[in-house]
Design a protein around this ligand. Structure first.
Ligand SMILES: [Zn+2]
Length: 353
């Protein structure tokens, strides 16, 4: 699947291209602006331009451009918030595999993805991997580009971690063949030590015409259809069409509830069950919503079982709602949502099997 084209931002693109041609582009940039205006897409476009070896860059024809079409360019290093890996001190190869998989998922969806959940971050293991990559010479192009999306999620490290310090040093004085492009919709939440080392460039909202064109892109339509999202209205998106890609909070609660039931039935691949327990760890309100959604889901399934005449199943499903009530009570106390979820999934699994 090709990456979705970059919509809008014509004058910003012109400005960035001119600076790059003139060799005046700062080597550490911060693209900031509202969530969903395409900051990371602009960053990837800029990376393509900087890696391109053709005329009229990005030419779209040279080897580098072709590699960028599916983000396979070895000199593009894209980091963004991820769930913390299970191992608290993961191997750099595990970090690399995790990002490779995540980028492959994004490419598969035409470069479209949701905003990160509250528990995703750019953890120190990722920063370590990044600083290591920055020391290596470019593999193919004349330079290497690091795109760091949602950079405010870069987790502050207690103590003087070497990797964190190495990153600050890199941002301040990148190697001559290296560019850093950070993006953030909450630049004030960036670590001050990072903010002071990057040149800020504002990414504006799109025109309604560009929003409409984006929404009509076949890749966007396919994405919305696959996620069973309602048809978004261009005029409600306020120039930030990426917002349409996010699930509503209600829909998220239902998704988490479904995942809990799947996990209880042993149908959840490990990656998802990890995401499940991590995904609910931060926002307590969202967690309560997903327990409510689970109650609704269970009563729906009870009704289905009744109408099938499966009374045993119906009784079990009805009994399972009691377990959810217990979980709600525990969640309203001071128990960590992750623990509540793990226990609930185990109880449901026992009760429903
Ligand atoms: Zn090219």
């Amino acid at each position: 699947m090709p990456l979705i084209q970059l919509y809008g931002h014509a004058s910003l693109r012109k400005r960035l291209a001119r600076s790059a041609e003139a060799g005046r582009l700062p080597s550490s940039l911060l693209l900031h602006g509202p969530a969903g205006v395409g900051k990371q897409r602009v960053a990837l476009w800029l990376a393509q331009l900087l890696l391109c070896s053709g005329e009229d860059r990005p030419c779209g024809k040279c080897q580098s451009c072709r590699y960028m079409e599916n983000l396979q360019h070895p000199d593009l290093h894209w980091f963004f918030p991820r769930l913390r890996l299970k191992d608290s001190d993961p191997d750099p190869d595990d970090v690399r595999d995790d990002y490779r998989e995540a980028i492959a998922d994004r490419v598969e969806a035409g470069g479209l993805y949701q905003a990160p959940s509250g528990s995703e971050g750019i953890f120190i293991a990722a920063v370590r991997s990044l600083t290591r990559d920055a020391m290596i010479a470019p593999a193919l192009a004349a330079r290497k580009i690091f795109v760091i999306g949602d950079a405010e999620r870069m987790v502050s490290q207690e103590g003087a971690d070497q990797a964190a310090n190495a990153l600050l040093k890199l941002l301040e004085e990148p190697p001559s063949d290296t560019f850093f492009v950070l993006t953030s919709s909450e630049p004030s939440a960036l670590l001050p030590t990072i903010r002071s080392r990057v040149a800020a460039v504002r990414v504006p909202r799109l025109t309604e015409k560009d929003v409409t064109d984006f929404l009509q892109d076949p890749l966007v339509r396919a994405y919305m259809k696959k996620g069973k999202r309602a048809e978004p209205r261009a005029d409600l998106l306020n120039g930030a069409p990426g917002r349409a890609l996010n699930e509503s909070e209600d829909a998220q609660a239902v998704t988490i509830a479904r995942r809990m039931l799947d996990a209880a039935a042993g149908r959840t691949p490990e990656r998802f069950s990890l995401a499940l327990t991590r995904g609910v760890s931060n926002a307590r309100g969202a967690f309560t919503d997903s327990l409510d959604a689970l109650t609704v889901l269970l009563s729906e399934r009870t009704r289905e079982a009744v109408s099938r005449g499966d009374r045993l199943r119906a009784a079990r499903l009805a009994g399972a709602t009691d377990l959810v009530e217990v979980a709600k009570e525990r969640a309203s106390g001071n128990v960590n949502p992750q623990l509540v979820t793990a226990k609930l999934v185990m109880d449901l699994s026992e009760h429903l099997s």
